[in-house]
Write a new protein. Structure first.
Length: 375
DNA sequence: AATTCGGGGCA
DNA sequence: TGCCCAGAATT
């Protein structure tokens, strides 16, 4: 009877040793330089963390400039914790998935209050906002040298092929097998380099559609390749179709000033500044009906009667799960709205405040303000 | 298990 | 156009 400890190991020791040896040796020669990359044992945990947060669902090339500016503005954990959330969103503006920025800020404050630093344990990290299984493992291993598994999209694809783990990557059963495999591959040596080597191989060799097996250091150990299945493992992911969303955007102008509201922290563009907006009904409606509907919603939201005038500009943006149409309308009220979470912004402020790209594009298309006629 | 959340680059 | 990208949180 194969009891606990007698069952065959998920990864035989010899295979694990060969994989680790070859992959780490390859990484030493092939690793790319990034501003957040350090020699093993010399990492700045704060910098590693910022990079991991920015890299979530975001390509490396897009992250680099944001990373540099962010570190200039918030060079340390203390600086980040001391900043306003609004300033952090400003630095994140255009990078997307803004919940990451709010979590980052909250985690900085929480870590400082609870530990006086970033906690150097998987458990401590995983308890902070914005730290899921991947990021906790990545920071634990890369920043603190702890042997922790970190399975991102690259590593999932790589391990699925190496061990011929078929099934959709998003299925819970597949993820569990991948996680167990990643854990079985851990060893005491070079934990940070190990995590980064797996990711690097997935990102530069074991890529999605055209894997470069001829340049892969572990091609000889790859079960998918041996079976000729490297193109069908993993299977293509099916995504839910994009929903169309039409947003009416109200342009209140007072001279050069433009009315902006801070959006609620949950939902689309959470925490960012934007003009008052409201979803418009889908089908084909006359411009008059759209204006009327927008006016009703905005009046309710601002608490004063709003009159909606002519259309000023439009913009289309496609997000992962949503096709956005933004329609800007001229809008006026009899009494000028004021209050917290509301501001009249100068053109310069509109450029520098934390705003979503889609909104920014729309605002750039507004016709220029003509200087008011003299009385 | 399914949805939501951004944005840009590229086959 | 569809798909992907160093995912996490919510429902």
């Amino acid at each position: 009877m194969p009891g606990p400890g007698r069952t065959a190991p998920l990864v035989p020791a010899a295979r694990r040793a060969a994989l680790r040896r070859r992959l780490l040796a390859w990484y030493d020669g092939a690793r790319r330089d990034f501003p957040w990359r350090f020699a093993e044992g010399q990492a700045d945990p704060y910098r590693v963390w910022i990079s991991e947060a920015m890299l979530q669902q975001t390509q490396v090339a897009r992250v680099v400039p944001y990373y540099r500016l962010f570190l200039e503005r918030f060079p340390t954990l203390e600086a980040l914790a001391a900043a306003d959330e609004e300033a952090v969103l400003e630095a994140w503006s255009g990078l997307g998935y803004y919940a990451r920025a709010r979590s980052l800020h909250g985690a900085a404050r929480q870590a400082l209050a609870l530990h006086g630093r970033l906690p150097a344990s998987l458990k401590g990290l995983a308890a902070l906002p914005g730290f899921g299984p991947y990021t906790a493992g990545a920071v634990a291993s890369i920043a603190f040298g702890l042997p922790a598994p970190a399975v991102d999209g690259n590593v999932a694809r790589l391990l699925a092929r190496l061990f011929a783990i078929d099934g959709p990557l998003e299925a819970a059963s597949t993820r569990a097998r991948l996680a167990a495999t990643a854990a079985a591959l851990l060893g005491p040596e070079r934990p940070g380099d190990w995590t980064q080597a797996l990711i690097e191989l997935g990102a530069t060799r074991c890529v999605k559609s055209a894997p470069r097996c001829e340049r892969c250091p572990v091609a000889g150990l790859c079960e998918a390749r041996r079976a000729g299945k490297q193109l069908i493992i993993p299977p293509a992911r099916r995504r839910p179709g994009k929903l169309r969303l039409r947003l009416g955007v109200a342009v209140f102008r007072y001279g050069e000033l433009l009315l902006l509201l801070r959006r609620p922290s949950s939902g689309l563009f959470g925490g960012l500044w934007a003009p008052p907006m409201a979803a418009l009904p889908q089908g084909v409606l006359t411009a008059a009906k759209l204006r009327k509907r927008l006016g009703e919603v905005l009046s309710r939201e601002l608490g004063v009667p709003v009159r909606v005038g002519r259309e000023l500009a439009s913009a289309e943006r496609t997000l992962t799960h949503r096709a956005l149409t933004l329609l800007a309308f001229e809008a006026t009220t009899r009494t000028r709205p004021e209050g917290p979470g509301l501001r009249w912004a100068t053109p310069l402020e509109v450029e520098t405040l934390g705003t979503a790209s889609a909104v920014r594009v729309l605002l750039e298309r507004l016709p220029p303000v003509r200087s008011r006629p003299k009385a």
